[in-house]
Write a protein that binds this ligand. Structure first.
Ligand code: HSE
Length: 300
């Protein structure tokens, strides 16, 4: 028996929801294949698309850590399992690449052993896998990658999460400029403390965005898509960020910000046509190649 799993890219933060809000997009994504084998333990037999960067030792690999954590929890580490990892999105892109591998690893193994756990029960193991890569504990990539759609995380520590049904006509344009930003670095440049005024603005925007999504109020979504905490600091790591933002807004985007820790950027749009127009306008600023390679359009 063989199990093949696809785990999609995700946009974390969604402007005003630093570490607490994220959504999944249709593509790109990572693929993992697992099968039983006679040799006890988890063995990563092949990795493609990683330019040789990922470790094959299961306990050092994001997907391996997530899968091993799950097997340990179930007392099944003596099972013989082979894993193939096919990376189909760039590292350090802000598209939740390590989260996708962690989710795919844990989910695939759970399927192979007869699905003893629900998707929500898999979440902490996938998070442990991602944390092994970036050292931080946040579910804003892992949760939407695993559950799909938009996910709000009230508490990362308690893993108290809520899924939000996306408005029918909400689309995302996501563009990856061809540079690498390490999540660790993008987190280190953020302030430890923020002025009360900024906190109030951010809370207002996050509340507005959640209400707008639930009420399908595109005007409220648009007015709320602002990040006064991370974006002003992180944009410095993304050349031409504000040029791209102007291009997106002038092309009709509801709002625009950094995807996760960057350098990818995203815009939310009402309707598919608008999302295509906005993706093209952003891609032009970054000289990104046409749709499907570094620019993606997806219904949320
Ligand atoms: N919420 C995280 C951050 C996402 O902004 O650092 C990156 O993985």
């Amino acid at each position: 028996q063989e199990v093949r799993v696809f785990a999609p890219a995700t946009v974390a933060n969604v402007a005003c929801g630093y570490d607490v809000l994220g959504f999944a997009i249709d593509s790109p994504g990572d693929e993992i294949v697992v099968r039983h084998c006679s040799k006890p333990g988890l063995h990563i037999t092949a990795i493609t698309g990683d330019e040789g960067k990922l470790p094959k030792a299961a306990e050092k690999n994001t997907a391996g850590v997530a899968a091993l954590d799950l097997l340990r929890h179930l007392g099944m580490t003596d099972r013989g399992i082979e894993m193939e990892i096919h990376k189909k999105m760039p590292f350090g892109s802000g598209l939740g690449s390590s989260a996708a591998s962690a989710v795919a690893g844990a989910y695939a193994v759970n399927c192979l052993i007869g699905q003893p756990l629900t998707k929500k029960q898999i979440l902490p193991f996938a998070m442990a896998g991602e944390a092994s890569a970036d050292g931080a504990w946040h579910a804003d990539n892992v949760a939407p990658c695993l559950l799909g759609g938009i996910v709000f995380i009230r508490s990362n520590e308690e893993l108290d999460i809520a899924q939000i049904a996306p408005p029918k006509d909400l689309w995302a344009a996501v563009v990856h400029p061809d540079i690498e930003v390490l999540t660790k670095v993008a987190r280190e440049i953020l302030p430890k403390e923020i002025p009360l005024l900024n906190a109030t603005q951010q809370i207002g925007n996050l509340g507005g965005l959640l209400c707008g999504l639930i009420q399908e109020d595109y005007g409220l979504i648009s007015r709320s898509l602002h990040d006064v905490i991370a974006e002003p600091r992180r944009q410095k790591l993304i050349p031409d960020f504000y040029k791209a933002k102007h291009a997106a807004i002038n092309s009709g985007a509801l709002g625009f910000s950094i995807s996760g820790a960057g350098p990818s950027v995203f815009a939310l749009c009402e309707g598919e046509e608008s999302a295509h127009r906005v993706a093209k306008a952003i891609a032009r600023v970054f000289d990104a190649v046409p749709l499907g390679n570094q620019a993606y359009v997806s219904r949320i």
